[in-house]
Design a binder for this molecule. Structure first.
Ligand SMILES: [Fe+2]
Ligand SMILES: [Fe+2]
Length: 184
């Protein structure tokens, strides 16, 4: 493994530390979206987005667990800018989809870097996240399609979300361990 960068960390480990910040930012952004849905009397969308906020937090703490287990000091980064003003419900779902696509690109760069640095355990660690990204991009792009099809009928959207997006806590036994408690 190459360890050429500052602080004696490999580029892969540096990017992983950055990813902790990206996941906490995603968590914060989802929470802001959930609060907006909540305030606009859309409890089903709020439920899904509050839960997604917790899952993003888990992603951050899974990476922290991995760093600690690999003797990398987990210097927790601050979170980035989030968006809080929206013109309507479609905006929020479109933002969530954009965010998931961006995170997918971040994981693709992580995977490429792990491979370049011959960090095989790192590469293996990323498998779960890459799969998770496929799932989350699909979920948000389906939800956006439903929002468009509902053509402004919020009851239709809420009914669909209640039926098709139930909470399934603890159903993924392959998920990496977190540092501290998880929503599971
Ligand atoms: Fe995530
Ligand atoms: Fe995500």
């Amino acid at each position: 493994m190459t360890r050429t960068s500052e602080r004696g960390l490999s580029k892969f480990h540096r990017l992983l530390l950055d990813q902790v910040g990206h996941e906490f930012t995603a968590s914060h952004q989802y929470f802001a979206l959930a609060a907006w849905f909540d305030e606009h009397d859309l409890p089903e969308l709020a439920r899904v987005f509050y839960r997604q906020s917790l899952e993003e937090r888990d992603h951050a703490t899974m990476i922290v667990r991995y760093l600690i287990d690999n003797d990398v000091a987990p210097a927790i980064p601050g979170i980035g800018e989030i968006q809080t003003d929206f013109t309507g419900h479609r905006d929020l779902v479109a933002l969530a989809l954009r965010q998931e696509r961006q995170v997918t690109e971040q994981f693709e760069l992580l995977a490429k870097t792990a491979r370049e640095e011959h960090d095989y355990t790192g590469e293996q660690f990323l498998d779960w996240f890459l799969q998770e990204q496929v799932e989350e991009v699909t979920t948000m792009s389906t939800l956006l399609a439903i929002v468009d099809r509902a053509d402004g009928n919020l009851f239709d959207i809420e009914t669909w979300v209640a039926r098709e997006m139930p909470d399934t806590p603890g159903d993924d036994t392959t998920a990496p361990e977190t540092a501290g408690p998880s929503v599971g």
